[in-house]
Design a protein around this ligand. Structure first.
Ligand code: EPS
Length: 380
């Protein structure tokens, strides 16, 4: 399975093409739309989200809601469409590069003086197309009871003291919170931090924790670097705009612990199934899922555009200037959590199809059932 996206932030539309997705899976457009809506939500979102009302339109790959095994093309129209692919548009040339954006690196790379030609594609709006792909994958995974969910661990300098124990807890708490928080205290503090930053015309980043559960042991591989489930998940999460760090399980804190106290001990239940009492490995050993929940944390930097423009440099004149501000979000950590869930769903679906086949749902189901029987009867 693979996918491509196309589209500029103020182009006509965003497009996603998902290829190699199995035949025979029922896909509900309404579930894709509710994921798109979630991506537009959360505290600190800016004026663009008030303009848009992202909705998917399936162009191909489905018949009567069921996948055909052919490429699935999906379209999300931009209401704030200003770019004219075949003529003159209304966007004014911009030459002052904005710090923490792709502007300068992109302008140098492409020999560009008008930063619109960089920022339009570099915009995080592209993640709406990824959410369409991820939502299709989430619907596939749910047929095997795999659920993917997230919560907000940190906004700005406020970090939650609570930790989720399982995905039911996250779904019960974070899904009920406008902030994606797992406690009332977190929600109150996080809302206050965003309101304060907005008042100060500043921006905030944060940390998102994303889970998939249950995930069968055996997805991914230790045979080669690019088949490892951990490397795939890390790459997919790191590819989300503004993400600067990804951890699996205990992550960076694992490095400071003694092995004797931190490695997940393995046990066998009376019914003969294997389990671990802790999950510092984040559900992956040696690049292969080990049956525990997959747990990853994603660090998002503060939003790059500030309402109080930062000092910068003009690409043409090389003189000092203020970074251009059209509009921006105060925080998009909640949106990041939704995108992270969807990227994790894509990564796990790819590994799932690698293991169980990818032509048709019925074939995958046969292989899946046979494997589940094998690991539960033969192995424990
Ligand atoms: C976004 C749309 C963008 C930004 C934001 C995310 O819309 P506009 O550029 O018209 O304000 O709000 O993108 C960025 C912060 C960025 O740096 O690209 C969206 O749909 O998520």
């Amino acid at each position: 399975m693979r996918f491509l996206t196309a589209g500029e932030s103020h182009g006509k539309a965003l497009v996603a093409i998902l290829e190699g997705f199995p035949k025979g899976v029922k896909i509900e457009e309404s579930l894709v739309n509710s994921e798109l809506k979630r991506r537009m939500s959360g505290p600190g979102r800016g004026k663009r989200m008030a303009i848009e009302s992202d909705r998917v339109e399936f162009l191909s790959g489905l018949r009567n809601k069921v996948t055909l095994g052919s490429p699935i093309a999906m379209l999300v129209k931009n209401k704030d469409s200003q770019i004219n692919p075949q003529g003159k548009d209304r966007i004014k040339e911009k030459n002052i590069v904005r710090p923490a954006h792709a502007d300068l690196a992109g302008a140098l790379k492409y020999g560009e003086k008008d930063i619109n030609n960089i920022l339009e594609r570099a915009s995080a709006r592209e993640t709406a197309a990824r959410v369409c792909v991820g939502s299709v994958c989430k619907q596939f995974l749910s047929l095997f009871e795999v659920r993917v969910a997230s919560y907000i661990k940190q906004i700005g300098s406020y970090r939650s003291e609570k930790a989720a124990k399982d995905i039911d807890f996250i779904l019960a708490k974070a899904r009920q919170s406008a902030v994606g928080a797992i406690s009332e205290k977190d929600e109150k503090e996080m809302l206050a931090r965003v309101a304060e930053a907005k008042k100060e015309k500043d921006t905030l980043g944060g940390v998102v924790e994303v889970w998939a559960q249950p995930v069968l042991p055996g997805l991914g591989s230790f045979m080669h670097f690019d088949r490892r489930l951990d490397s795939k998940i890390a790459a997919y999460l790191m590819s989300i705009p503004a993400v600067k760090g990804v951890e699996l399980g205990a992550g960076f804190s694992y490095a400071g612990q003694k092995g004797s106290q931190s490695h997940d001990s393995i046990h066998c239940s009376v019914r003969g199934s294997f389990y671990r009492k802790s999950n510092n490995a984040g559900g992956i050993d040696g690049g292969v899922s080990n049956g525990e929940p997959i747990v990853a944390r994603v660090a998002m930097k503060p939003i790059a555009t500030l309402a109080n423009p930062l000092n910068s440099v003009n690409l043409k004149s090389k003189k000092k200037g203020k970074a251009p501000v059209v509009r921006s979000d105060t925080s998009a950590v909640y949106a990041c959590s939704v995108v992270a869930e969807n990227m994790l769903a894509i990564a796990i679906t790819e590994a799932f199809l690698d293991k169980f086949g990818s032509d048709s749902f019925s074939e995958i189901k046969r292989n899946y059932i046979s494997y589940v029987r094998f690991i539960s009867k033969t192995m424990g």
